[in-house]
Structure formats: C-alpha cells, structure tokens
Design a protein around this ligand. Structure first.
Ligand code: MBD
Ligand code: FE
Length: 323
C-alpha cells in the first residue's frame, strides 16, 4: 500500500482540531501533549499501514487492560517506570546530587496505611507459610552518619508471589509494615522469604509480553520507601541473589547495588538470640539517603495509591498533574 496522508494540510489541520487548538478553554499542556500523541499515532498508522482489524484489536486490548486495572502492570513491563528512574537519575546528576542508595521502581502494588512500629516489626501474620527471613539494616546519610528515626516502609510478596490487598487470600496488611529506625538508624523485620511475582497467564499484560517474545516474571524482591526530614525520599527494592530472574526482570528494576544474598543460618545460638524456632535466612540491606534542601524531592509518590481507587478520575488526574 502506498497511501500516505499524514503530511497533507487536511490531516495536519485535523490533528490541531482534535487537540482543541481552536478552542479557548481547557489546558494548554494537555492540548500540546494530545496533539503530539495523536499526531504520532496517526503517523504510525500511515507508516505501518495499520489495518482496521489491527486498530480495533488495539482498542479491545486497551479496554481489557483498563477493566482489569493492568496499565500499572504493563507500564513497568514496557519500561516506562525504569525510564522515569533514568530521567530522575539524570536530573540528580545534573544538580550534582550524588551518592546514596540507588532508586528503582515502585511498582503497582504499594498500599498506604500499613501498621507502624519502632525498631522492629514482624511482617507476616503467623499463618503465612514460608522460610523465616530476618531482614535488617541501618539507614545512614551520605557521610555515614546514622539517621535515627528514619521511616522505613517495607512491602513484599508471599511465597506464592502474591501481595496482600490484591490477593484476597491474605490478611489485611500481611507483609507490609512501616518501621521507624532506632536511635542508631537500625531497623529489623521478621518475615518470610518472598517468591518472585509472575504476570497472570492469559491476562492482557501477558498477551502483550508474549507478542514480544517476552515473559512476565520478576525475581524475589522486597520493596522499600525510606525517608527522613532533610533527605531525599528513596523508592527502591532489593532483589534476592540466586533467583533465575535476578538479572532477567520483566519490570527492569534490578540494579547491581541492590542485589543481596539471603544467607541461611542454622546455628542454634543465632536462632535462640532472635527467639526463632528454627533455621532462618538472613538478609542485610543498609540504606544511604542523599541530602536535599528541596522540599519537593522528599515527596516521590506521584502515583495514585491503590486505596484511593474510589477517588474520582478528575481529582486523581489533578493530583498527579501538580507533582
Ligand atoms: C510486582 O511485584 C512489582 O514489584 C512490579 C514492578 C510489577 C509487578 C509486580
Ligand atoms: Fe513487587
């Protein structure tokens, strides 16, 4: 097929009309972005001779993604979350903000409002099966000074790769806690070793990944938000070493500095010291927070929270546009 109409005056004028350029109301930035987005997609249809069948299959796929709230899952799969991190890293580098534990993506499964504790928390309800994990570390600034009272939010999957709130078989806030570091900046969590997450078989996100010859697996990982006044808010994760997907994460979240071993301990003295009933896996993750004077850098949650799903769309969009 040789039909190419994108560059014609009619189509160029049409894209401007679609984007509301001839209207006084609305939002200028929205107009510019929609103009670029629709124009680029029109051009793509022209360049690839996208058929009507292909176009409507795409519309059906978007509907399926939306109805199953999977855009937040496809987003890391298509690298958008990691791309935003790369941009944030470049912004830090340009501002000469160096040092600190590297950030990596939040993912779609954080839930606000987890129970809070000081120094130590047990993350699992006692009914959760799995190998006992003893997770501990120290929060410091870039000069190595411990940050007393730093806020450490931790969330992870169970041994089936499922997250509480999204997996109705788990109790409320299972494997989710906020721990305030002790006077020496230390936090300790007792939990169970998580398994990797896999995109549900046959789900719209899986359909997209399969069409690219890709899988939807993540390695075993543990999510963190770490924050303290005067420091840059850190969103990160650790990836457990030795998982087949540690370096083959569909969400592109692995960073070398964030790969940590889980060390099996069966010394009875170490078990007794922690009041455990048997062997456990020891995971250590120390965190370094970069300094900041800029108040806005302490807030990194642009993403609408799962608990806010019942908020209306306009106020969610308004809330995210401000960040
Ligand atoms: C997860 O647990 C996750 O962290 C990401 C980024 C995507 C899907 C599931
Ligand atoms: Fe996750």
């Amino acid at each position: 097929m040789t039909v190419k109409i994108f560059d014609t005056p009619d189509v160029q004028a049409f894209v401007k009309t679609v984007a509301g350029f001839d209207k006084t109301g609305g939002n200028d930035r929205a107009k510019q972005i929609v103009h670029r987005l629709v124009g680029d997609l029109f051009k793509l249809i022209d360049d690839f001779d996208v058929t009507e069948e292909e176009y409507w299959a795409g519309v059906n796929l978007l509907n399926a993604l939306g109805s199953q709230t999977q855009f937040g899952l496809l987003s890391p799969g298509l690298g958008f979350d990691h791309f935003l991190d790369m941009r944030q890293d470049a912004i830090d580098a340009e501002a000469k903000r160096t040092g600190g534990t590297p950030r990596t993506i939040e993912g779609p499964l954080y839930v606000a409002g987890a129970p809070e504790a000081e120094g130590f928390a047990r993350l699992d309800d006692e009914a959760t099966e799995g190998e006992t994990m003893w997770l501990t570390g120290q929060v410091r600034d870039v000069n190595g000074t411990p940050i007393a009272g730093a806020k450490v939010e931790i969330w992870h999957a169970n041994s089936q790769g499922g997250y509480s709130f999204f997996d109705p078989s788990q109790s409320e806030y299972n494997l989710r806690r906020t721990i305030y570091a002790d006077s020496d900046g230390r936090y300790t969590a007792r939990s169970i070793i998580p398994s990797g997450y896999g995109v549900p078989e046959g789900a719209p996100t899986d359909v997209v990944l399969k069409s690219l010859g890709r899988h939807g697996e993540r390695p075993a990982h543990i999510h963190y938000f770490v924050s303290a006044p005067g420091h840059q808010h850190l969103t990160t994760q650790i990836n457990l070493a030795g998982d087949p997907y540690t370096y083959d994460d569909f969400a592109f979240a692995t960073r070398e500095e964030l790969v940590v071993p889980a060390e099996r301990i069966d010394d009875p003295a170490e078990i007794a010291k922690r009041d455990l009933d048997g062997p456990f896996s020891h995971v250590v993750f120390d965190v370094e927070l970069a300094q900041t004077d800029a108040a806005e850098l302490q807030v990194r949650h642009a993403r609408p929270r799962a608990k806010e799903d019942d908020q209306d769309l306009a106020s969610q969009l308004a809330g995210t546009a401000k960040v």
